[in-house]
Write a protein that binds this ligand. Structure first.
Ligand SMILES: [Fe+2]
Ligand SMILES: [Fe+2]
Length: 264
């Protein structure tokens, strides 16, 4: 009987990890190189029209966009390598080895240097310092990597016919895989997690959300003029993002009745 139970448990565990391994295979198939980008065929970023002053301002704006993209991917490198280090399951380690490679490659398309988003640094710090693997995977892969996809789509739409558009399309695919793998792994983790771990995860989310709001509404000075005209659109998008996060948490079987929605 005992042997049967062990075999049964092993079988169930393997089944549960099948999802994670599928994303590992997918990640290897989708891998690309920076040299695959259409360098020399397309302009790197949208070329400005109009006066020299106007063009310079547009260039500054794109530089700030690339800076935030680079900042996010550098933080993603730290977070994914931490996950690779601490995840105890071999299937997850295999997967994270591809994610570390992806995030490192994402930092190769070097952005310009402009102002960093201080709230993004704080969010990443909270995830790196989070107490449990369940919290880290939830914040990084379930929440951030799902939300970043719509940002890349927006940037791609604003940069048609450029290398940047091509990069954003690849980042959309990569982060789709990162998010899918995180959902699959978080499901396994939460199956075995006790009530306290789940409650702590929701409490951590409540501490994180107000800073996420500041991050979502923050604009560097180069894009402050957009920030002001788009504020109501930003708030609407923020609300949608947080609702997606709540729905994802619910789909993972978490009790979301205690989530404080920090809408301004
Ligand atoms: Fe990335
Ligand atoms: Fe990612």
């Amino acid at each position: 009987m005992a042997t049967e139970q062990v075999i049964d448990r092993d079988h169930l565990e393997r089944e549960a990890f099948a999802g994670v391994l599928r994303f590992y295979e997918l990640a290897k198939r989708q891998e690309w190189q920076v040299r695959d980008l259409p360098w020399g065929e397309l302009p790197p970023i949208p070329e400005g029209k109009g006066s020299a002053q106007r063009q310079a301002r547009r260039k500054d704006m794109w530089r700030s966009v690339l800076t935030q993209q680079l900042q996010a991917d550098m933080l993603a490198c730290e977070m994914s390598s931490q996950l690779l280090n601490i995840a105890p399951d071999p299937e997850a380690k295999l997967y994270y080895s591809t994610m570390v490679q992806d995030e490192s490659r994402h930092t190769e398309e070097a952005g310009g240097t402009a102002e960093r988003d201080p709230h993004l640094d704080e969010l990443a710090h909270m995830t790196l310092e989070a107490d449990t693997l369940e919290e880290k995977v939830f914040q990084m892969q379930v929440f951030y990597e799902r939300l970043i996809i719509s940002r890349f789509r927006l940037i791609a739409r604003a940069s048609r016919g450029t290398v940047l558009e091509d990069v954003c399309n690849r980042l959309t695919t990569d982060d789709g895989i990162h998010h899918g793998a995180g959902m699959a792994y978080e499901k396994v983790l939460l199956q075995n997690a006790d009530k306290k771990t789940k409650r702590n995860l929701v409490e951590a989310a409540n501490r994180l959300l107000p800073i996420f709001v500041e991050h979502a509404l923050w604009r560097p000075k180069e894009r402050a003029f957009i920030g002001n005209t788009m504020r109501s659109r930003d708030i609407e998008r923020l609300r949608e993002d947080i609702e997606i996060g709540v729905r994802l948490a619910e789909s993972l079987g978490l009790d979301v009745s205690d989530v404080d929605l920090p809408f301004p």
